[in-house]
Design a binder for this molecule. Sequence first.
Ligand code: FAD
Length: 478
Amino acid sequence: MVYDVIVVGAGVIGGMVTRELTKYQLNVCLLEKESDVACGASKANSGFIHGGFDPEPGTLKAKMNTAGIGKLYETAKMLHVPHKQNGSFVCAFGSEEEPAIHELYERGLENGIQGMSIISGEEARKMEPELSEEITLVLNIPSAGIICPYELTIAAVGNAMDNGATLKTNFTVTQIQRAGDVYTVTGSDGQTVQGRYVVNCAGAYSDKISAMVGDDSFTIIPRAGEYLLLDKAEGSRVTHTIFQVPSKEGKGILVSPTVDNNLLTGPTALRVRTSGSTETTDDGMAIVRNLAKKSVPGVDFRQIITSFSGVRASVATGDFIIEPAKGAENFVNVAAIDSPGLTSCVAIAEYAVEILGKMDLDLTANPQFDGTRSDPHFIKKMSDEEKSAYIAEHPEYGRIICRCETVSEGEIRDAIKRNPPASDVDGVKRRTRSGMGRCQGGFCMPYVMKLLSEVNNVPMEQVTKKGKTSDLVTGRIG
Ligand SMILES: Cc1cc2nc3c(=O)[nH]c(=O)nc-3n(C[C@H](O)[C@H](O)[C@H](O)COP(=O)(O)OP(=O)(O)OC[C@H]3O[C@@H](n4cnc5c(N)ncnc54)[C@H](O)[C@@H]3O)c2cc1C
């Protein structure tokens, strides 16, 4: 079949663009090179809903950030994605940094951000007693928040699929050709998908996809951000997301609770060799530890449970690229979406579809579109009485598989079956939190493998950690 639109890349941007397209009577196909969605920058970032004071006024980034905040909160509610409007503090350490706080405040006003205030270090410490005594002035941004970025991506793609979109994983786009008004997109294993319009949402590889249709007008500069994630024992160290005054390298090291009550510290901003350089380094970890302690001296780094790194897809201009590709008809680049791309994702999706409309894509409303998705964590929100009644009818929700995060067999079975289905252990982890706790899957992994094997009807030896080439077991003994 010839799809109306092919979207390349199932990160939060590709996911939201696909969902936005399903609001219209269109056949949409989403292509992803990995075995699951949310495997790029959309799984490894700060999960922070930026208040909008940072981008240069007048840029696409500023517009998308300002428009995106409210749209993201609204969409997160509709899709039942864990989020919280916890507010953020940007902290100045002494008189040299204080003018920057006033500049950010003015910039925020210019960007149309409401509700900000400048408060003294003492006032801030009344709200956040663990803040450093060295902090003298603070920009307080109540509209800022936190969200689970991979659950947002999974929910966006899942909702798009529920509304009729097709997802093809393990499809690495290697070639794009156009004959007549049809694009043929070829994958690394030779399979092809055809469509009349293409949207490039390939994140750190978006320059490569654009070059396939002859537009090599931008080059992605990959910049890694390394993090340390701490146990829930540290999760209430602060309630706001705490930043330092940004530098030219980025928004600085944050200390923040997560929506799952862990404590997140990071990210660094280091230029890396390739878009796939997601390893963590001793130097990066040292920077994170030192700067996090500068803001919140009491952070106990003995409580680290894991480290990770994500790669920002930046370009020299510093702005997002959301525009028709140069020299290629009916092809839109949604590229260079570094921070605050997560905050802006719904606004970006709407803007990209508006561009497609201007290219004569027929945007007749889909009367069947349902923008809501049921809550995958519903059982956790029930009272004890409600849980008992539910478990009596559905005993699989009473069998706990992940003890650290209290995840039941019922939730795991649901994650393996519902859109977009989890096909490996990490896919289950991102959907249910099974394996995300203190023991990092040491206890639950074999049980998750058994459930993947059973539900997907594949031998246990074929169940992998993340994609086809990440075997967990080699065979049976006895
Ligand atoms: C360290 C860090 C911190 C950040 N913090 C924040 C924050 O707190 N708040 C905020 O608003 N934003 C933040 N961001 C930015 C945000 O994470 C990104 O803007 C957003 O995730 C970009 O989404 P994406 O879909 O464009 O990219 P990705 O999530 O990288 O998705 C692109 C997808 O394309 C796929 N792909 C690539 N090549 C091909 C191919 N050839 N064929 C098929 N598929 C392909 C990839 O596998 C990937 O899944 C941060 C980013 C980083 C890295």
